[in-house]
Write a protein that binds this ligand. Structure first.
Ligand code: DPP
Ligand code: ZN
Length: 844
């Protein structure tokens, strides 16, 4: 497959003023007529006319009203065109009903919908399908379906048709169309300048009771973007549509966001607290794209982080404002380490702004999104809040209506602050997670911290230059009081020292407060210091981090040296657990142990080959030790943090429930599942019900509840997804592959629905001890299903191949087993470009 390079970027040869599209919807023979006004781009160096098009049947084509016969070439067509502006008209036929790739126009449970990012519009009609070609779209949809939607504002509608006009020029990837028998959950919003906006969440009949939370989240997002970034909504209407079959979480199409139903539908009975938090964040994310993504879009797909990194950063700020800032930060860092550090440390490592790709769909990654957001955080720390918001204002002023680049983005910061950001730009260009080591010295009242940074080689990048790293540091005295409050040290050299004067005694440092940069801090500290910081650090992130470091150190000893659980750790966590002055959500996070995958990577960093079974067993042993060590306190905590008020998915209640459920998980290790059964029987919300079911399965008492749960929820596909995933994630590791294999034979399993496929095969891939079973059964099962899914849905197949990205960590037997599966996938006839690229990169 052919690689595309950022350095080969050329401006488009033709620009577009207006696009008119007419759709005659029919499941297997939808007609799409296009009328596009082209003009030569004065900046172009070529007059060649090329339109992308895939899986289209061309019925007719005309230029300025005269029939033409274009030449079909790989991936599109070419045609001789006039040298002056001209009108292109074409009619094509497409088949949404047989489009299982869920890209372009497809059908989901009888409804028509679209997904065009990144390059799906070319499956709808012939078009210069690239983000730097922006146009004003007018769309007419002809169908008997009651709800017919597209971007922008409604123009007119009648029996069997609707017309929409979007006044804002946009690239084709933001085009959307929906047709279906849908029900609206309506509302209204008045913007700060007094513009009245109609809001709707459209769902299938039966789901109308699951829209209220999403609607509130949308209104909060609209208000927040006005207050914090000064950004107002710019159309008369904003529609969200829930779709069951969707490859991603959601899509920010202008004025018509389309959501995976799992990311918008919510009710207390069917959604967990975590689901609510995630739904609120995704609704915000897609809404915020209206300015960071739509009004200002990307020049080319190499710039994807320009919109995604910034929008993830904005949605994280929003969640921190709506809920708890420290809790959100801790959750984000856990996710960053689990997904992005893992990616950065393996064969799929790539820069936040990649410089080449085969298939752009393979670059919607944790690195582009989550590390991209971390870079915004670094920049904001470096320039300070005031200049950050000034730079954003300038960005919106200067680039509104543009297809922009990372260079444009950095330029506004340079213009506002006068800073040279060329060293900061390395963060966008160099892959890999920097390692930051620390030495300390104390003499004559001066405490000196010396940091060294280095980044391991990544595919295609052997050499790395030092980056600018903001290191937030505070110093504590021996009595636990803070002697130096948080100070940001700006590291720019490979090795650099920072001195603190006027101290009466050697302090205890709290380094990288708030996780001020996405680096791996390598510090030789002892458990006494970690326990001290867990007890005294004023920075909530580092307080949590100290507990995590303590847990990790003890677990490593257990895995490597068969050590007993660390008594100091158990005491320290017990102190946190019983400290009612601490936020319950924070305490629940402190009680949680590092993941199996986190421990595997920790062992690799220490020079060992991780044994997934030994890691699993160490975690089980430690949890049992926690359950016994805290036996006296756990029932008190469990009782105290029951929520007696009516269910609310807010931070306060969900924090209480998370602590109570963390206590329940430990209690269930010693009470034979009695408390979990009682909670299961009385639960009136999914958070309580699912947590109890998980505890029962872990206690070996889950069979009856598992069957009951299915009977209760078999009509609710989102709940049944949880039922699939939980049975696999909570299975004993030696059985997980069989449980997953059995579930693929369940009447409700379908590989055509990405949510169900992920709930089954994804759940196995995310259960390390089960997935990495020594006989390779987990690898073989996943590979079997990836091979079956690839011809239907390359995008989801390729994304799930990353389950194998850590394979070089493991022993040679496991490596050989995985290599054999990777080779088997690669040898599959007609393997998609998506999957070929992913598996080749992993195998390399
Ligand atoms: N652009 C989408 C999002 O991240 C993904 N297709 O919101
Ligand atoms: Zn996004």
């Amino acid at each position: 497959p052919q690689k595309i390079y950022l350095s080969d970027y050329q401006v488009p040869n033709y620009l577009i003023d207006e696009v008119h599209l007419t759709f005659q919807l029919a499941p297997e023979a939808t007609r799409v007529r296009s009328r596009i006004t082209f003009r030569p781009n004065p900046d172009a160096t070529s007059a060649d006319f090329f339109l992308y098009g895939e899986q289209l049947t061309l019925i007719s084509a005309q230029i300025d009203g005269a029939p033409v016969t274009p030449t079909h070439v790989n991936g599109g067509l070419t045609c001789d065109v006039p040298s002056a502006p001209f009108v292109w008209e074409a009619e094509v036929e497409i088949s949404p009903a047989t489009n299982t790739a869920l890209e372009g126009l497809y059908m989901s449970n009888g409804m028509y919908c679209t997904q065009c990012e990144a390059e799906g519009f070319r499956k709808i009609t012939y078009y210069p399908d690239r983000p730097d070609v922006m146009a004003v779209f007018t769309v007419r949809i002809e169908s008997d379906l009651p709800v017919l939607l597209s971007n922008g504002n409604p123009v007119t509608s009648g029996d069997g048709f609707a017309e929409w006009h979007d006044p804002w020029p946009k690239p084709a990837y933001l085009f959307a169309l929906v047709g279906g028998d849908l029900i609206a959950h309506p509302d209204r919003f008045t913007t700060k300048s007094g513009k009245d906006v109609e809001l709707n969440i459209y769902v299938r009949p039966g789901d109308e009771g699951k829209c209220a939370f999403g609607m509130e989240a949308l209104k909060k997002s609209m208000t927040w973007d006005e207050e914090v970034y000064g950004r107002e909504y710019d159309l008369d209407i904003f529609n969200i549509v829930a779709v069951d079959d969707f490859n991603m979480g959601a899509m920010e199409n202008k004025g018509l966001n389309i959501f995976n139903s799992s990311c918008v539908l919510a009710s207390p009975e069917t959604s967990t607290d975590m689901n609510f938090e995630r739904i609120e964040a995704i609704i915000a994310h897609e809404y915020f794209h209206n300015w960071t993504g739509n009004r200002i879009t990307c020049r080319d797909w190499f710039q994807l982080c320009l919109k995604e990194g910034l929008t993830v950063y904005r949605d994280a700020q929003f969640t921190a404002d709506m809920r708890s800032e420290p809790v959100k930060r801790i959750e984000d860092v856990i996710a960053l380490r689990a997904r992005q550090f893992r990616e950065d440390n393996g064969p799929l490592a790539h820069p936040v702004r990649p410089d080449s790709f085969v298939e752009i769909n393979n670059f919607y990654t944790a690195t582009v999104y989550e590390k991209g957001a971390e870079l915004i955080g670094i920049l904001k720390t470096l320039v300070g809040d005031a200049d950050y918001y000034k730079a954003l204002d300038l960005y919106f002023d200067r680039h509104d209506g543009d297809a922009a680049t990372i260079e444009d983005w950095l330029q506004v910061f340079e213009d506002v602050t006068g800073r040279d950001l060329s060293q900061f730009k390395r963060w966008y260009e160099q892959a890999g997670t920097p390692r930051l080591s620390v030495d300390e010295a104390f003499a004559d009242g001066t405490y000196t911290l010396t940091f060294s940074q280095s980044t391991p080689a990544t595919p295609g990048q052997d050499h790395k230059d030092p980056r600018v790293i903001p290191i937030a540091v505070g110093l504590l005295g021996a009595d636990g009081n803070e002697v130096v409050p948080t100070t940001v040290l700006e590291m720019t050299e490979a090795t650099q020292s920072f001195a603190f004067d006027g101290l009466s005694a050697k302090p205890v440092p709290s380094i990288l407060r708030g996780f001020s940069a996405p680096v791996i801090l390598e510090r030789d500290s002892d458990n006494a210091e970690r326990a001290f910081l867990l007890a005294h650090d004023t920075d909530p992130f580092n307080k949590w981090e100290a507990g995590r470091a303590l847990a990790r150190a003890g677990l490593v000893e257990m895995v490597l040296n068969n050590a007993a659980p660390d008594g100091d750790y158990l005491d320290a966590v017990l102190q946190v657990l019983r400290n009612d002055d601490l936020d319950p959500a924070f305490r629940a996070l402190t009680l949680a142990l590092p993941s199996q995958d986190d421990l595997a990577q920790t062992l690799v960093d220490l020079g060992h080959t991780p044994d997934p079974t030994a890691i699993y067993q160490a975690l089980e042993t430690l949890k049992m030790a926690m359950a016994t060590h805290m036996q006296d306190v756990l029932p008190r905590i469990y009782a105290q943090y029951q929520v007696n008020e009516a269910y609310q998915p807010d931070a306060e209640q969900s924090g209480a429930r998370s602590l109570a459920n963390a206590a329940l998980a430990l209690i269930s290790r010693t009470d034979g599942g009695a408390a979990a059964q009682a909670q299961y029987d009385s639960a009136d919300n999914m958070t309580q019900q699912l947590a109890a079911l998980g505890c029962l399965i872990m206690a070996g008492k889950g069979d009856a509840a598992t069957a009951e749960f299915y009977d209760q929820w078999k009509e609710d596909r989102l709940v049944i997804d949880k039922w699939f995933a939980l049975q696999i994630s909570h299975a004993a590791p030696e059985r997980a592959a069989e449980v997953a294999a059995d579930l693929t034979q369940h009447v409700d399993f379908t590989m055509k629905n990405p949510n169900r496929f992920r709930a089954t095969l994804g759940a196995l891939a995310m259960s390390p001890a089960g997935f990495h079973r020594a006989d390779g059964a987990g690898y073989a099962l996943l590979a079997d299903w990836l091979i079956q899914l690839d011809p239907l849905n390359p995008q989801t197949t390729a994304r799930m191949c990353s389950a194998f990205e850590t394979w070089k960590r493991y022993d040679s037997d496991r490596q050989a087993l995985i290599a054999a599966q990777l080779d088997r996938i690669l040898a599959t006839p007609d393997l998609s470009r998506d999957t070929t690229e992913m598996v080749s990169r992993i195998r390399a």
